[in-house]
Design a protein around this ligand. Structure first.
Ligand SMILES: Nc1ncnc2c1ncn2[C@@H]1O[C@H](COP(=O)(O)OP(=O)(O)OP(=O)(O)O)[C@@H](O)[C@H]1O
Ligand SMILES: [Mg+2]
Length: 278
């Protein structure tokens, strides 16, 4: 199982879009996925339309026992491959700057019980996507402690470099103090307009500083992203040319994410999958 925290220092740069896009690509590829909505705004939960649950993320963070986790996870309206650990609006109160190591590890504790949630005949989760809130507070730290990989999201703007730098510092700090296994998966640049010189300049700047950590595939700015989210649909099912372009980019990012998995139970044929995206 590969657990990926999707984070950024700034709000509104596309964390939830990346989580939903990867979940959509995973679904298309038959990769069983759990989306964990750590953001009190609950945008990912709203888009995945899970059945009503009696518990949510804040209950799991307060009490990570398997029965609480079970009550907080629900199937999504997208399909049986994608489940949701539903967000809690009241999780904001848990986001303060505590240094309580035990509580910070509750998400890790809960996710270690995920296999026990799988009913007979069901596939285990192969991918867990942690949608972080727009801050490096306690909720994002919990995600970084629970994750194998951190995927940083940025837009190609003047503030991108400093934002990514600070997010990397947060990843580094968590690796040193609480999660030695945490590795950066990379930086994904979102909302790129390929003909914009300014965007190209900013992407080159990011590559100069972060080298190969900047993913070779960027996500284009396409109205279809907003349309599909508004309709609570996976981008792979939206069907417009813009949606197809974004969906293909997510296929590539998913392939990279799965390749980065250290303990892969699922051995996809990446070459075959990538050919499909060309
Ligand atoms: N590639 C894209 N093309 C067009 N619109 C996009 C793209 N990426 C994101 N958006 C839009 O930008 C808005 C913000 O995106 P999103 O909610 O994914 O950001 P976020 O980082 O999760 O925000 P927050 O910090 O509030 O959680 C949304 O309306 C989304 O539809
Ligand atoms: Mg979000």
């Amino acid at each position: 199982m590969q657990t990926v925290a999707v984070l950024s220092l700034k709000g509104g740069v596309g964390k939830t879009t990346v989580v939903l896009g990867l979940a959509s690509a995973a679904m298309r590829r038959g990769v069983r996925t759990l989306v964990v909505d750590l953001d009190p705004q609950c945008n990912a939960t709203a888009c995945l339309e899970p059945d009503k649950t009696t518990k949510g993320l804040s209950d799991v963070l307060a009490d990570p026992r398997p029965e609480v986790l079970r009550a907080a996870v629900s199937g999504s309206s997208w399909g049986e491959e994608v489940d949701v650990l539903v967000g809690s609006e009241d999780a904001e109160s848990l986001n303060g700057q505590h240094s309580d190591g035990d509580h910070l590890s509750h998400l890790t504790d809960a996710l270690s019980e995920l296999d026990g949630l799988i009913a007979e005949g069901e596939l285990p989760y192969q991918l867990v996507l942690l949608d972080c809130p727009p801050s490096l507070g306690r909720l994002t730290r919990s995600a970084l402690i629970a994750a194998d990989r951190a995927l940083l999201v940025t837009e190609p703007t003047i503030f991108a470099v400093s934002g990514v730098q600070r997010a990397f510092e947060a990843v580094q700090a968590e690796r040193q103090s609480n999660n030695p296994d945490l590795q950066p998966l990379g930086v994904i640049v979102n909302r790129v307009r390929p003909r914009s010189h300014e965007h190209q300049f900013r992407i080159d700047e990011l590559r100069d500083i972060f080298g190969p950590l900047v993913l070779p595939v960027a996500l284009p700015d396409r109205l279809a992203v907003q349309q599909a989210q508004g309709a609570c649909m996976p981008i792979h099912q939206w069907g417009t040319p813009g949606a197809r372009e974004v969906a293909l980019a997510f296929n590539l990012v998913l392939a990279r994410t799965l390749r980065a998995g250290r303990q892969r139970r699922f051995e996809p044929d990446d070459d075959e999958f990538l050919e499909e995206t060309e």
